[in-house]
Structures are given as C-alpha cells and as structure tokens.
Design a protein around this ligand. Structure first.
Ligand code: HEM
Length: 449
C-alpha cells in the first residue's frame, strides 16, 4: 500500500497566507521510508512527493517524456514569456540548442572578467564600512549577484539598468510565491493558469495584487527594451550573443528576463547560506582562506583560478546541499505512470523535494553536518541524491556559471574580509520560491588586511 499523508483545509490555508514553514511538513514526510508518498489535500485532490533516487531518475531522465514542467512555470511565464525556463516542446529544444553553447567553458572565461569587476566594486563599498559593521549577508549577496548577472548579460556599461530591476524583481517573486502555493495546494485547473496571462495584463489595477504585477511587467519590459535598443551588438556579453543568434526580439526579451530571474536570487541565497555555514565552522573557513591565499597570492582571480580553488568550490557545493535554493522541483504527469507503489494518474503534480533528498541519511552519512570533503575530487555523491541544479535535459543551463561566480565571489571577499555571525542572531530557513533565510543573515564584517 502506498504511503498517504493527509493535509487539512485549515493547514493549506495557513500555508498559503502565513508562509508557514513548509519544511516542517517535509520533515514529517521524511519519516516515511519508501521515498514516495501520496499527499491528499481533499477527497480527489492531492499530489505525489518522491525523493528515492530511482524515482527521481525516472521523472527527470528515463521517463521524462511523461512529465512536463508544472503549471507553476506557466504562471512564471507571465513575466518570462517563452524563455528557456518556462517553454516546452520544440520551442524549448530549439532555444536550448542555441543557448547552451553560450554557457560553454570558453564563454565562462570571458564572463569571469565582468564578474571580478562587479565583485571589486562591491568590495570597495564594504571597505568604506567601519570594522565590525553589521551587514545582512542575504541582502548584500542579492545586490552583488544581480550586478554580476547584469554585467554578464549587458556588459559593464549597462549594469545600472539591471540595478533598476532589483526591487521590481523582488516584488514579482513575492506575487509568484503566493501563486505557486495556491497552485500546488488547490490544484488549479490548467485553463485558469493559462487565463492568468490575459487576466494579469488586462485586469484593472485597483484589484489587490494586480497593481504590483503591472509594475513588474511594465518596468521590466521598459528596461529590457531600452537595453536591447542601446546595445551595440557584436559583443561577447550574453546579450551580444543572443542578438547574434537567429531569434526574434521578443525571444531575446524573454531570455533576458529569464536569465535575470533565474540567475540571481538562487546564487545569492546559496552564497548567503555559505557565509552562515562558514562562520559556524572555523576549520573549514581556515581551509578556504589558506587555499585562496596559496592559489591567488593576493591577485584578482581568473576563470582558470576558479578551477584551482577546489576546496572553496566544494564548500559552496556543500552549502547548496544543506540549503538548496531550489528546494523543490515540480512536474506534472502528462500520462498515467507509477512511482514504486504510488500510482500517478495523468494530471498529477509530482514534487521532488530536493531539500529532503539532500538530507537523506541513506545517501549522506551524518546528513546535517557541514562537510565540504563530500565534494572534493574523488568523492562520488550517490546519483540523483544531489540535485541543486535539477537533473536530466532540463538541468540548469547556468550551473557552471553559478559555481564559477560563487567561487570568484568567495575568493575575492575572503582576500579582504572575514564575516562572523552577529551574536545571538537567530537564522531560520523559509521556503518561498527559493529557500531563503527568513530574516536575513545578520553578520559582522571585519577587514583582514
Ligand atoms: C546556485 C545558483 C542556481 C541554482 C540553485 C539554480 C537552480 C536551477 C534548477 C533547479 C533548475 C531546473 C528547474 C527545473 O527542472 O524545473 C534551473 C534551470 C535553469 N536555470 Fe538555474 N540555478 C542557478 C543559477 C542559474 C544562473 C546563474 C543562470 C543564468 C545566468 C540560470 C539559468 C537557468 C535557466 C535558463 C534554466 C532553465 C533551463 C532549461 O529548462 O533548459 N540558473 N536552475
């Protein structure tokens, strides 16, 4: 008999309106052993949660044709249009073929310069602060990663434009969180999700929530259009590569929005958790500091250096294990299937709780312990138990970009600063679109030179 977990209407409403910690619910599910459970939200409604590696492989790889991206992505498409993250079928494969080479190793090397310029500017600001100044690592990393992705996209000349988008993207994400919860908890019919596009663009602004979304859409459209118009073309930033590829302006706009949205909050949250973990583990911190000093000897790092900072990159990957920014990934079955004992009729949402897979004691000995050695060369994590970037053909196209970016950020900040946790600070994870620290990561900043 498949495991069945029931969730009452009262709890669903609480989850929707109070952002009550969904992770607690995951812990409850984790007590079950089969790695696949059915969650009932009403007599007929519900979803399936799977985290055993064989089920994860089936959904993402061997039977991926039976699973489409869930309707929550269609909601996101209100903002990102037909970008790589939200499109499906032929359109998606054509775009993936064009875009994947832009994230190839040889281009990453060129992005590294934009990255280190952005990090150096950010470090200059921190250098102005008095020793022991209080900083929120989460807000700081958000600002920095938006600048990094903005420069990689538009080149350094247009990076202030990306900064204008910061607050707008944050409010867009907030609306997205509510919409996603609603969709998962109440099984919104697909026609209603599709209608959301028209409703949001045409509805009167006085309706609660609509004004915010209108602002997100108009500001982003305006900024992206002005940046595309001002771009000289023929350059090797991402926008230059997109403009040189055979795609129309609308598609370029959608991909720019996709990179901005998919490429900054995730990396920022991964880094925020990294600084928190590093401050709690002085031994690991000493190893990172020593490696950075040995490999760089005080220099600005290059893309090749990022490859040599193996312990530093491993520590970041370990932070992504304990606090995966994409804490769950959802697919919708397009035909009937079965995952172990659990029947999956067409139309069912299948949730892969990445957070749970990353703390499964069967895959990770002493799973709650921060141990970067798990990712050093030679250590082989169990397949389909490490999913910070997803898996299969829809795996994150920016994974290499993100790991290089994080490694460069860590190296350049460790060269100049040491971050300690603020005394008495309480840090709590909150599962929204990304897994973020609910009240930030309050830290104290000390200069090391
Ligand atoms: C630590 C940082 C990051 C994390 C944790 C992350 C996570 C993910 C995950 C889990 C997916 C798969 C979603 C699914 O299968 O439903 C994904 C897809 C994607 N990510 Fe990332 N991401 C990160 C950084 C980036 C960056 C820096 C970029 C671009 C500059 C980016 C662009 C994308 C795009 C375009 C997709 C869609 C790929 C496709 O469907 O073909 N991501 N990301």
């Amino acid at each position: 008999m498949p495991e069945v977990v029931r969730i009452s209407l009262r709890n669903r409403l609480r989850a929707l309106y109070t952002f009550q910690d969904v992770l607690d619910r995951f812990d409850m599910i984790a007590d079950r052993s089969a790695g696949a459970v059915q969650v009932r939200t009403s007599r007929r409604g519900g979803y399936v949660v799977v985290w055993a590696p064989e089920h994860v492989e089936r959904v993402f790889v061997t039977h991926q044709h039976l699973y489409a991206k869930s309707a929550q992505y269609r909601l996101l498409a209100v903002v990102t249009g037909d970008g790589l993250l939200t499109s499906e079928g032929e359109r998606w494969s054509a775009q993936r073929r064009l875009i994947q080479p832009m994230f190839a190793k040889r281009h990453l090397g060129r992005f590294a310069e934009h990255m280190t310029e952005a990090i150096a500017d950010f470090a200059k600001e921190w250098e102005q602060l008095p020793d022991g100044a209080r900083v929120d690592a989460a807000t700081a990393m958000n600002r920095l990663t938006l600048d990094v992705v903005g420069r990689a996209l538009f080149g350094s000349g247009l990076s202030e434009q990306a900064a204008r988008l910061g607050p707008v993207l944050t409010s867009g994400l907030r609306v997205g969180v509510r919409a996603t919860r609603l969709q998962l908890l109440f099984r919104t019919p697909p026609w209603l999700v599709d209608a959301a596009h028209t409703v949001v663009r045409r509805a009167p602004k006085w309706i609660p929530g609509i004004r915010g979304l209108h602002e997100v859409l108009t500001t982003t459209d305006e900024v992206v259009e002005s940046v595309v118009a001002a771009h000289p073309g023929g350059t090797d930033d991402l926008l230059g590569l997109l403009l040189a590829a055979p795609m129309d302006r609308r598609q370029v706009r959608d991909e720019v929005m996709t990179f901005l949205l998919a490429g900054h909050e995730t990396t920022a949250n991964g880094l925020a958790w990294f600084w928190h973990l590093l401050a709690l583990h002085p031994e690991a911190r000493a190893r990172v500091e020593n490696e950075v000093a040995e490999v760089l000897d005080g220099r600005v790092p290059t893309a090749e250096d990022a490859d040599r900072l193996v312990y530093t990159a491993a520590a970041f990957q370990e932070a992504l294990r304990l606090y995966p920014p994409a804490w769950s990934i959802v697919r919708t079955a397009v035909a009937d299937d079965r995952l172990g004992d659990v029947p999956v009729p067409a139309g069912t949402n299948v949730v892969i709780p990445v957070y749970l897979a990353h703390r499964d004691p069967g895959a990770w000995p002493d799973p709650d312990r921060f141990d970067p050695e798990r990712f050093l060369p030679g250590a082989a994590p169990r397949r389909f138990s490490y999913l910070p970037f997803g898996a299969g053909r829809r795996i994150c196209v920016g994974a290499g970009f993100a790991v290089m970016e994080a490694t460069l950020i860590i190296a350049m900040l460790v060269q100049r600063f040491r971050l300690e946790m603020e005394e008495g600070a309480e840090v709590r994870a909150e599962a929204t679109v990304t897994l973020r620290p609910r009240d930030g990561i309050p830290m104290r900043l000390y200069k090391v030179v």
